[in-house]
Design a protein around this ligand. Structure first.
Ligand SMILES: Cc1cc2nc3c(=O)[nH]c(=O)nc-3n(C[C@H](O)[C@H](O)[C@H](O)COP(=O)(O)OP(=O)(O)OC[C@H]3O[C@@H](n4cnc5c(N)ncnc54)[C@H](O)[C@@H]3O)c2cc1C
Ligand code: FES
Length: 276
């Protein structure tokens, strides 16, 4: 059973880190891949990206934001508890090569998703400038890990509590204006990825984003995770989750993610009542 061997609360308890025993996945996983977890037999299947792996210890690390019923159930699991089910590694790994100068932009739990990709891009010899953003400094995660994984690190906060007072897009634009950049990887909330993509399009710089549509099976069977990429329909679970940002229909993705808002709210309220 996939046992939790380490657990940390981050960003004032809104984000949880779980290190989980999963020997074979830890040995096979590559940057950009995700797993699907279930808390119990009747639980929802929740996709989460591996923020780190440790093949020697046989563990993987996931970092998730508590947003609804299933992630609230996950939050109840303590060190020594088992997840009911864990499958992976899923998805197409990030294509890692030495392209030269890279900018990695991360926001919210997107920083956890970005971490293994940034680390691998630097290990491949790239000069990696990382730009991280959060509403305020106390909500920022993985600063030390991202510093170690990057050549240069910029912090941006909406309230000015640390680093640049403003959005990651300000620093992205300035960095693009002053450097010849070969690749941008942007992972975070949909509006962040959308606006990063609009900026890099103006500079004609290849840009990758990691998409998070609602998923069910995670293996290309159900069609739930379909996204529009240029004129094509793709399944994020097998064709992605990374795609060419300049071809992504971000507005459609946002609408599809909001399809079950009422049901998600009712489900969380009923769960909170049941454990109160
Ligand atoms: C490939 C992939 C990798 C992901 N990796 C991470 C990760 O590393 N860390 C992390 O915190 N989250 C990640 N997510 C998002 C995570 O799966 C959702 O937050 C989770 O499914 C919400 O479940 P819930 O029952 O707690 O919330 P729900 O009740 O299902 O939803 C609550 C709120 O979250 C939004 N939501 C629902 N599903 C998703 C989704 N798939 N993506 C984004 N928002 C969603 C809803 O619109 C709603 O506002 C990833 C998603 C995908 C597809
Ligand atoms: S989640 Fe079912 S096809 Fe991708």
């Amino acid at each position: 059973m996939p046992k939790i061997v380490n657990r940390e609360e981050m960003a004032q308890g809104t984000i949880i880190l779980n290190e989980i025993k999963a020997t074979r996945i830890s040995q096979k996983a590559k940057p950009g891949q995700f797993v699907i977890l279930q808390a119990d037999e009747t639980g929802e299947r929740i996709p989460l990206t591996m923020a780190d792996t440790n093949p020697e210890k046989g563990t993987i690390t996931i970092i998730y934001m508590v947003v609804g019923k299933s992630t609230a159930k996950f939050k109840e699991l303590k060190v020594g508890d088992d997840y009911y089910a864990l499958i992976g590694p899923l998805g197409t790994p990030t294509h890692i090569e030495n392209v030269g100068k890279v900018i990695c932009v991360g926001g919210g739990t997107g920083i956890a998703v970005l971490h293994p990709i940034t680390k691998a891009l630097k290990e491949a010899g790239n000069d990696v400038t990382t730009i991280l953003g959060s509403r305020s400094y106390d909500l920022l995660i993985m600063e030390e890990e991202m510093k170690a994984a990057s050549t240069k690190l910029h912090i941006c906060t909406d309230d000015g509590s640390k680093g640049h007072h403003g959005f990651v897009t300000d620093v992205l634009k300035e960095t693009l204006e002053n450097n010849d950049i070969d690749l941008v990887v942007a992972i975070g909330p949909i509006p962040m990825m959308k606006f990063c993509s609009l900026i890099t399009k103006d500079f004609n710089v290849k840009t990758l984003v990691s998409l998070n549509p609602i998923m069910v099976d995670g293996t290309g069977m159900c069609g739930c995770c379909r996204v529009s990429i240029g004129n094509d329909t793709k399944f994020a679970c097998v064709d992605g989750p990374e795609f060419d940002a300049h071809k992504v229909d971000f507005d459609e993705l946002g609408k599809r993610l909001a399809s079950y808002l009422d049901e998600e709210k009712q489900s969380l309220e009923a769960y909170e009542k049941s454990i109160a």
